[in-house]
Each structure stands twice: as C-alpha cells, then as structure tokens.
Design a protein around this ligand. Sequence first.
Ligand code: ADP
Length: 176
Amino acid sequence: MPDLSRIELRQGDITRLSVDAIVNAANSSLLGGGGVDGAIHRAAGPELLAECRTLGGCPAGEARITRGYRLPARYVIHTVGPVYSDGQSGEPELLRSCYVNSLTLAVEQGVRTIAFPAISCGVYGYPMQDAARIALGTTAGFLATSPSIEKVIFVQFGHEAQQVYERLLKDMRSGI
Ligand code: ADP
C-alpha cells in the first residue's frame, strides 16, 4: 500500500529548509544552471560547485549526493530530470527514476527528512500535473517499504503549482 502519511507540501524557497537533505533539479553536467539549481548553488556557496566538479556529471534519471555547505540542509541530492518532449519518449520512467534514486541515496546516507522541488517542471518543460502525479505516486510507493524516512516535503515555488499538488494529494488520500 502506498504511504501518503509522511508526505507534506509547502510553498516557498527550498534553499531555506532545515531538513537533512534537499534535492536539486540539476543538469547532467552538475556544474550549476538556472532555476532551483542556481538558487541552491548561490545559497550553498562555491564549495558546492567544487565538490560537484569531482563527480564527473550525472545521466538523466540518476542521482548524486554532496554536502550542503552553507545551506541549512546537511546534504544536497542532485538528480537530473528528463527534458520533456511528448511524454512518449521515456520521460515518465526517467522522472520516476529521479525520485527512486534520490530516495535510495537518502536512505543509504541515513537521511530522515528530505525536500524535493518539482523536478523537470521548469526549463525542462514537464507538465506540472503529470509530473506531480509521478512525484507523489512514486514517493508514496517508496515510503511503503522505507520506514527510516520520517518526512518528505514537496516544495513549490509558485501558488499554482502548490494548488496542483494539494488537489492531487487530497484525491490520492481519499482514494480517487
Ligand atoms: P528543470 O530544469 O528540472 O525543469 P528548474 O529549476 O527550471 O528545473 O525548475 C524546477 C522547478 O523548481 C520549477 O517548478 C521552479 O518553479 C522551481 N523552483 C525554482 N526555484 C526554486 C526554489 N528556490 N525553491 C523551490 N522551487 C524552485
């Protein structure tokens, strides 16, 4: 049974959260970019980029972990979402892998609280509704067999995105 009980939603800036790990919607170079990636690098300081340089990039669907440096979060988990084209080119599977691989790394590092942005929903163009369904469904499935994670927070930058997540979670909680 998928477990929605440890999922929370929040609107705001993910870089401000005091959780064990925040997830970065990175690009495959892991060398920084715009959107949430840029915000995370700015808030963490140049040491984050220095550690990222040692990692040699990351393919779409996979994840890598670094320290959080000047962030309140202890770790940053960098995952590379798919660039959306038509939804029939492996994007759903890749997006699912981002959540599973990020959560797997979190469990391996003893992370108990973790926050995700809406991976691929900015520059990469994934439709928010479809992406949110994958994010919530995949995470709820993962949590069903992962008791060590206490809380997963989905952080939305904007009010509309927040409403999409809220509606979906409500429907999932009432079994729709
Ligand atoms: P991608 O390249 O994977 O599409 P983006 O960074 O362009 O990644 O966007 C991913 C999502 O993160 C978007 O919904 C965007 O609104 C959101 N976002 C941007 N900055 C922040 C932030 N500081 N905190 C939380 N979410 C953010």
